[in-house]
Ligand binder design. Structure first.
Ligand code: HAS
Ligand code: CU
Length: 555
């Protein structure tokens, strides 16, 4: 017997203090993106050998600019958005509020973290890029700021967990509503994943940067970084997937393909995101080939839930397109609502992610990685993932979320649509430049204005990178204009009063094996076992740490 259970509690109202706390997080998130996008223009133009960074107030070096770009985009923008958005989705799906004092604590911890890390970066004492590998050394406030940003994610995880446990107590035996399940799963995965960065920052880097220990262990720090650094990409991506699964079908007028399959996808992310970090370290010495091969194999495993996502989301879009009168093999696609900026942003995000995913598979292939590692190919890959799939999805979500939180109408629908098309074309042109340059050996993280070894064939790649980056900047500015205008000048009244909420084609099963899918405890335990298998042998062979390198500050 199948009965749909508590999937859409009616009458949900977000009280004002929650509304303001979540709005603060979303504004912090996009303020960070704004700084990131402005710096991004400087980075992209550097590939075209045009120096605009020199005009940025207080900017000392290319690496300072690149650190700002990476930290605000990859850490602040994503963390703040996930905290605000997933607190809302959890509350909404459970019909139960996340504690508002915790929401404000999360926001306060983030702001403190940004100020501390920002102090080091702005004063030129933290130009260590967002990967902060030792022996490059930053001021201790950089590491402390990052630690606080990670702590803010733990408070969020705890806040969501407490809400879920309270709900479970009041609803014994009821399936967890899907939107809440996948929101909490995202934080469950990240809680396990963030341990690596936390150990590295607190145990190794803060004492070292304060002079309490004189030397660092680069390999151990890199390994701990990538233990968190691969799963962090899914921590960025999964809030977008929450929207793609549970909200995009609603925008498109379609249906979610399967409740159970969606849960399985998120459980696969919980299990497989972490034991794959060595695919960033194929060229590192000190890690056995066997361990690298194991992580490569598991990386192909983590490719699978995204493939499932592609087909599930396409199902939802196709139903929507056909309901709007679409026929034939492709006509349904044209019939989608191309006038809705929230939907358009996310469809364009999916299209770029298809290319981002394929380039990820190439990265993961050990032998192909050897020819693209540390080249411009890699930023080509990640601008088609985090720089577009994630960023454009978050922008698309903002098109309904900001009106929902402020109770103000979206201002400039046409501009909002234009912003996404311009950004989309920009990211494709830029990625074309970076990818082709990378295949041709053009390096990443290199000040091209100073590099004495440029090849003539890098010229076109560099120009395309600069041109695409400029278009992304213009698209970004159009987006920020819409965002700010809505925030300050939107007309009160017509804004959406609820989050978009999808109906599943197959409601959650109330008996059978599917019920077991909701047991977070067992999935987390299984994830820990996989982590031990993937990292245990390395740690046994490697530890104790070898503190061998002093700190360096080159720029
Ligand atoms: Fe990656 C490096 C492998 C996904 C981000 N990645 C990076 C770095 C970043 C990053 C930031 O194996 C650089 C780190 C640094 O600074 O050094 N990546 C992968 C693989 C995947 C992958 C296998 N990456 C991501 C995501 C990111 C991200 C997601 C951010 C959000 N990546 C690597 C590897 C490296 C790497 C190596 C190291 C490279 C090196 O040497 O340094 C997979 O998860 C990708 C799976 C994706 C798919 C696509 C599914 C498509 C969907 C859209 C469907 C479209 C629809 C529209 C529905 C399988 C879901 C349809 C409509 C139509 C009509 C068509
Ligand atoms: Cu990775």
């Amino acid at each position: 017997m199948r009965t749909p259970v508590v999937a859409n509690p009616a009458g949900f109202v977000l009280p004002d203090s929650h509304r303001r706390a979540i709005l603060c997080m979303i504004v912090l998130s996009f303020a960070a993106l704004f700084i990131g996008v402005v710096n991004g223009l400087g980075q992209a133009l550097n590939y075209a050998r045009v120096d605009i960074l020199q005009y940025f107030p207080g900017m000392r070096t290319y690496y300072q600019g690149l650190t700002v770009h990476g930290v605000v985009n990859a850490i602040v923008f994503t963390f703040a958005f996930a905290a605000g958005f997933l607190s809302l989705t959890t509350s909404r799906a459970l019909g139960r509020l996340v504690n508002d004092k915790l929401l404000w604590t999360i926001f306060g911890t983030m702001v403190l973290g940004v100020l501390l890390a920002g102090y080091a970066i702005v004063t030129g004492q933290g130009s260590v890029l967002y990967t902060f590998y030792p022996p490059l050394m930053a001021h201790w406030s950089f590491y402390l700021g990052l630690a606080l940003l990670v702590v803010s994610t733990w408070i969020t995880a705890a806040a969501l967990m407490i809400t879920l446990l309270g709900w479970r107590k009041d609803n014994p035996g009821v399936r967890i509503p899907l939107m809440a399940f996948i929101s909490v799963a995202t934080y469950a995965m990240w809680t396990l994943a963030s341990v690596g960065i936390a150990v590295s920052v607190v145990g190794l880097l803060i004492p070292w940067s304060m002079g309490l220990i004189s030397h660092s262990d680069p390999l151990l720090s890199r390994t701990l970084f990538w233990y968190s650094g691969h799963p962090i990409v899914y921590f960025w991506l999964l809030p977008a997937y929450v929207s793609w699964y549970t909200m995009v079908p609603k925008h498109a007028g379609g249906l979610l393909f399967s409740d159970s399959l969606t849960r399985v996808v998120f459980i696969m992310f919980l299990l497989l995101s972490i034991p794959t970090g060595f695919h960033h370290q194929y060229t590192d010495p000190g890690i056995t080939v066997g361990m690298k091969a194991l992580h490569a194999g598991l990386t192909f495993g983590i490719f699978f839930p995204s493939m499932v996502t592609a087909f599930s989301v396409m199902f939802a879009l196709e139903i929507g397109g056909r309901r709007r009168g679409g026929t034939g093999l492709v006509n349904w696609f044209a019939k989608l609502d191309w006038g809705n900026p929230a939907l358009v942003a996310q469809i364009l995000a999916m299209l770029t992610f298809t290319l981002g995913g394929i380039t990820g598979l190439i990265n993961a292939s050990y032998s192909m990685n050897m020819s693209i590692h540390n080249t411009a190919w890699v930023p080509g890959h990640f601008h088609m993932t985090v720089g577009s799939a994630v960023t454009m999805s978050f922008m698309g979500i903002a098109f309904w979320l900001v009106p929902y939180l402020t109770r103000r109408d979206l201002v400039g629908r046409g501009l909002a649509l234009a912003s996404q098309w311009v950004y989309f074309i920009g990211v494709l042109v830029m990625a074309r430049g970076l990818i082709s340059g990378g295949v041709d050996g053009m390096p990443r993280r290199t000040n091209m204005l100073e590099a004495a070894y440029g090849k003539p064939s890098w010229e076109l790649a560099g120009m395309l990178t600069g041109l695409g980056g400029t278009l992304m900047f213009i698209g970004g500015m159009l987006f920020f204009a819409v965002f700010a205008a809505t925030l300050f000048f939107g007309r009160k009244g017509g804004a959406p009063t609820d989050v978009p909420f999808t109906v599943t084609a197959t409601p959650p099963e109330t008996r059978g094996w599917q019920v077991k899918l909701d047991s977070f405890r067992w999935w987390m335990l299984a994830a820990v076992v996989l982590i031990l298998i993937a990292y245990g042998p390395f740690l046994v062979q490697y530890l104790p740490a070898s503190f061998m390198s002093p700190g360096y500050r080159f720029y």
